[in-house]
Design a protein around this ligand. Structure first.
Ligand SMILES: [Zn+2]
Ligand SMILES: [Zn+2]
Length: 278
């Protein structure tokens, strides 16, 4: 039982450099009083555990000692919600954990690759509530991308695996919030919660990137995944089941038409036939 030697950090590199190297835009790091001289020390970012480049990738800080060798590969099994609940004394730490969990959920739902900054040092025991924080003595950026291969939205538990590929399909619930940041974010999270993400992922894989009504290809997102919209043939509001027997993948045009077009009724009938024949 041993982890690959290249995963063991031996020198202390700066978070900002590793995150930039992974492909995250770090220009906002210089937006603070000492930002001009020392953007790497921006307190808003340098203590963070997770960094998101919307639509492209997620960077996570993971402890070397928490990695496991499983089935000939490297994994980390996480349960961030439990640990966030234990952190009630330290609001900042709790918020950081919550942001890390959000980043992991986003990576899972959007099929984003995960780049890992591996940490070595004095890690605070996970059960310990003591105020003494962990100290990092060495960091490196793993050259191999990871992916969230399992995530349970109800419990916050899941598995990260080194070298696994992120999902290659995406739908409207996988998109980053719109640039104005106001509308949408809450809406998207709420919708994702009441829809089974496994059902959506299955429906997208089954459609193989082609609209199930017209056969047209979806389009590619910046991370390379193929975009189509998932749609309930019988709407949830009409008690249609949230199951693979009622969910199709459509091009954005046909999705709007299925909801708002004059032919909506005919489209629904056609979709039900198509689903039945699968
Ligand atoms: Zn179509
Ligand atoms: Zn729909």
């Amino acid at each position: 039982m041993s982890l690959p030697i290249e995963l063991k950090p031996t020198r202390l590199q700066r978070v900002i450099d590793l995150v930039r190297q992974a492909g995250v835009d770090v220009t906002d790091w210089s937006n603070y009083e000492k930002g001009r001289d020392n953007p790497g020390a921006n307190p808003k970012y340098c203590y963070e555990w997770a960094f998101v480049q919307p639509g492209a990738l997620v960077v996570l800080n993971l402890w070397h000692e928490a990695m496991l060798e499983v089935n000939g590969g490297v994994e980390q099994h996480f349960s961030f919600r439990d640990s966030a609940a234990r952190e009630e004394k330290n609001g900042a730490r709790k918020a950081r954990r919550r942001r890390m969990e959000e980043a992991i959920a986003l990576a899972y739902q959007s099929g984003l690759p995960v780049r890992v900054v591996v940490l070595n040092g004095n890690r605070r025991a996970p059960q310990e509530r003591a105020a003494k924080p962990s100290t990092v003595s060495a960091r490196l950026l793993d050259t191999v991308p990871w992916a969230v291969v399992a995530y349970d939205n109800a419990t916050g538990k899941g598995v990260l695996r080194r070298g696994a590929s992120a999902s290659t399909y995406a739908d409207q619930f996988s998109l980053p919030p719109p640039p104005d940041g106001k509308s949408g974010k809450h809406e998207v999270t709420a919708s994702v919660r009441d829809r089974d993400s496994e059902v959506r992922r299955f429906a997208l894989r089954r459609a193989k990137g082609k609209c199930q009504l017209c056969g047209a290809s979806g389009f590619q997102l910046p991370n390379g995944s193929m975009f189509l919209e998932t749609h309930h043939a019988i709407p949830l509001a009409e008690d249609g089941p949230d199951s693979v027997s009622n969910v199709v993948a459509l091009c954005p045009n046909h999705h709007r038409e299925a909801h708002y077009g004059r032919e909506a009724k005919t489209i629904r009938e056609r979709l039900l036939k198509i689903l039945k024949a699968l």
